[in-house]
Each structure stands twice: as structure tokens, then as C-alpha cells.
Design a protein around this ligand. Structure first.
Ligand code: MG
Ligand code: MG
Length: 256
């Protein structure tokens, strides 16, 4: 296959279905964001995600994923947890915390995947600045996603914004192609050199997901085989969108 190394190329009709999956993810985000406040448990946030999926006739691409099977429809990762936190009724969010919520949906066999980090109550200014910079790093990456750009342009955009804000970028975790499966080739790194890597074409759909730390970016895996935390205890933010590259420019499929 001539184009085997690049991400799959989707038709407009396929992207339209992915947009419907993305709309479900966007509503999960909206409902969960509204519920984030001191005293709420991450288990309660997971139930909100399940309610949205059921009401909209979508299924979860998180529940049962991999081995050990992920037991929930959202990942909820507070404070120094970077990604893949398992929501439970034992994890209570407190004033001054932050929490990263990652979730996805499948509609008619097509996938959406997105994440945000939110403050819980009143949060320290430098922590809010980290969340803001994580979002700006994702915005910069999205802006770079035009036909003819290269994969390295995405990582370069994320890394440039994050490091300019004094943050470090987590290594060893990346975004990904997305379509009929949540995780498809290629990996989409959050670091890299502009002008390097495979050339991107109209119809490519990628999940881009910066993971940044206010401090030391070294991470470790907890005994539950899912939760990824910073080794230092420094706090982290994780944001993600599913984005289609089109002739008219980047289209974020996981926005309302
Ligand atoms: Mg995700
Ligand atoms: Mg993802």
C-alpha cells in the first residue's frame, strides 16, 4: 500500500458520522463539567457519562478497554494523576483540586475521544495558568493541522506553547489516529521538530492530547495497572480533541 505509513483517509460522510460521536463526547464533557465541585466523587461523574451515552444511544470505547479491562466510561485523574484514573465513589474532589476527565463514544461504529482539565472550587493561580497553557498548546496544534503539514508540526506546536509557559511535557504518552477504532496509527507525539514526519492529508482524523506538568514530567504506573501519576507528585493537566484535517482547515469533531 502506497500510503500505508500515513493516517487513514476518511470520506466526508465518514467524518460526518465521527462528528456525531464527537457531539456525544462534547455533551459528556458539558454535563460532567457542570457537576465538578467540592464534595463530588469521580464515581458520580462516571455515572453522568453513562447517562449521556445511554440517552444518546451511543456506546463507550473506554468501558472494558484493554487488559485489565477498564471499568468505567470516563478516566478521572485528579492533581498529580496524569491520565487513566479509575473513577470510584471513594475518590472525593476537594476545593483547590483539579481533575482531568477523558472520555469517548462510539456511534455507528465510529469513535470520538476528548479530554479536559477543570478546577474544583478555587484553585491556585499557577495551576489555573497550567490548565490555560495546556488548552493553548492544543489550540496551537489544531491550527497546524492543515493538508500538507507534517506530524512533527503538531508535536512542535504543543511543546513550544507548553515550554514557553514553563511547563514540561510528559514523555511516553501520545495522541493517535482515530476512526473505526479509538486507537489507530499513527502515534501523535506532543514533542517534535517542525517539518518532520509523515505528511498529513485532507481526510486524516487524529486525536491530539497534550499532557503537561507543572514541574518534573517523570511518570509512574500505580498498582491498579491503569493510573499514571507523576513520580514527584507535581500536578498535571491533560486536554484532548478529535480533529479532522480538511481542505477547509482543521475541524474539531468533539466540540458542541
Ligand atoms: Mg482520550
Ligand atoms: Mg486519546
Amino acid at each position: 500500500m502506497l500510503f500505508a505509513k500515513g493516517p487513514a483517509v476518511r470520506t466526508d460522510a465518514e467524518i460526518a458520522v465521527m462528528r456525531r460521536a464527537g457531539a456525544v463526547v462534547a455533551e459528556m464533557h458539558e454535563r460532567i463539567r457542570e457537576a465538578i465541585r467540592p464534595g463530588v466523587t469521580t464515581g458520580a461523574l462516571d455515572r453522568i457519562g453513562r447517562e449521556v451515552l445511554a440517552r444518546r444511544g451511543a456506546t463507550s470505547n473506554f468501558l472494558g478497554y484493554s487488559n485489565p479491562p477498564f471499568p468505567a466510561v470516563i478516566c478521572a485523574s485528579p492533581n498529580s494523576m496524569v491520565v487513566h484514573g479509575i473513577p470510584t465513589d471513594e475518590v472525593v474532589l476537594h476545593d483547590g483540586d483539579i481533575v482531568s476527565i477523558d472520555c469517548g463514544a462510539i456511534v455507528d461504529g465510529w469513535h470520538g475521544d476528548a479530554a479536559f482539565t477543570a478546577p474544583v472550587g478555587t484553585v491556585a493561580p499557577e495551576v489555573l495558568a497550567m490548565i490555560d497553557a495546556a488548552e493553548r498548546s492544543l489550540d496551537a496544534a489544531i491550527e497546524a493541522m492543515v493538508p500538507g503539514a507534517r506530524l512533527g508540526d503538531i508535536g512542535h506546536a504543543v511543546e513550544s506553547v507548553a515550554t514557553a509557559a514553563g511547563l514540561s511535557v510528559v514523555e511516553g504518552f501520545t495522541g493517535h489516529g482515530i476512526g473505526r477504532a479509538m486507537h489507530e496509527p499513527p502515534n501523535v507525539p506532543n514533542q517534535g521538530a517542525a517539518g518532520t514526519g509523515v505528511k498529513l492529508r485532507a481526510g486524516n482524523v487524529l486525536a491530539v492530547e497534550p499532557m503537561v506538568v507543572l514541574g518534573d514530567p517523570e511518570v509512574e504506573l500505580l498498582d491498579d495497572d491503569w493510573s499514571v501519576v507523576t513520580a514527584s507528585g507535581d500536578w498535571a493537566a491533560h486536554v484532548e480533541h478529535t480533529i479532522a484535517i480538511t481542505a477547509d482547515g482543521p475541524q474539531v469533531l468533539t466540540r458542541p
